[in-house]
Design a protein around this ligand. Structure first.
Ligand SMILES: CC(C)(COP(=O)(O)OP(=O)(O)OC[C@H]1O[C@@H](n2cnc3c(N)ncnc32)[C@H](O)[C@@H]1OP(=O)(O)O)[C@@H](O)C(=O)NCCC(=O)NCCS
Length: 155
């Protein structure tokens, strides 16, 4: 298993992964988004013998001077969950984000992530890494799902 930054050559496999495993539609829109994230080094991929088995997208929020980043999505194929890979992937993204800020002379402040408040496994993973619950912010994505919970790690 290896974790690496996504490159342009990964776009096809990543879009296929998103379509097949996360039911993403509007692939043309996603392609542009993925390319922008790749240009900025904001996507990490997990590969097992060159096969894509998971990904993580992060993003610098608002004014870069604030030193705030968000982990937007993290997903592993079912067969690879519960083996410590998610922990490594999230830790790696936090390191990458801090480095991104430090490279431009900004003191990193925090990284946050939103998850559905009933996603107990994800919450455990984030807590294990050092994220703390900040509060729920309502059903911002869907009415038929529990509220979104914000978790953050301050540096
Ligand atoms: C959330 C996700 C990325 C976590 O990655 P993972 O590799 O499965 O997690 P890890 O194996 O690193 O587990 C870390 C901790 O989480 C908890 N955990 C993991 N799997 C668990 C399970 N099935 N049941 C209970 N606790 C679990 C444990 O506390 C574990 O630490 P421990 O092994 O020291 O006890 C992954 O499970 C996933 O892709 N889930 C589906 C998509 C998703 O929910 N994404 C998050 C949306 S915001």
């Amino acid at each position: 298993m290896k974790i690496e930054k996504a490159r342009k050559e990964d776009v096809h496999d990543l879009l296929k992964y998103l379509e097949e495993n996360e039911k993403v539609t509007f692939l043309d829109f996603f392609k542009k988004r993925v390319e922008y994230y790749i240009d900025n080094g904001f996507i990490l991929l997990v590969k097992e013998k060159e096969e894509l088995i998971g990904h993580l997208f992060f993003q610098v929020k608002e004014n870069i001077n604030l030193g705030v980043g968000e982990i937007e999505t993290v997903n592993l194929l079912e067969d690879y969950r519960g083996k410590g890979i998610g922990t490594k992937l999230i830790e790696e993204s936090v390191k990458s984000m801090k480095k991104h800020f430090e490279n431009v002379g900004v003191k990193p402040r925090c990284v946050y992530i939103m998850t559905r408040s009933n996603n107990e496994i994800a919450i455990k993973v984030y807590e294990k890494i050092g994220f703390k619950k900040q509060g729920t912010i309502g059903k911002i994505y869907r009415d038929d799902q529990p509220e979104e919970l914000v978790m953050a790690q301050f540096f």
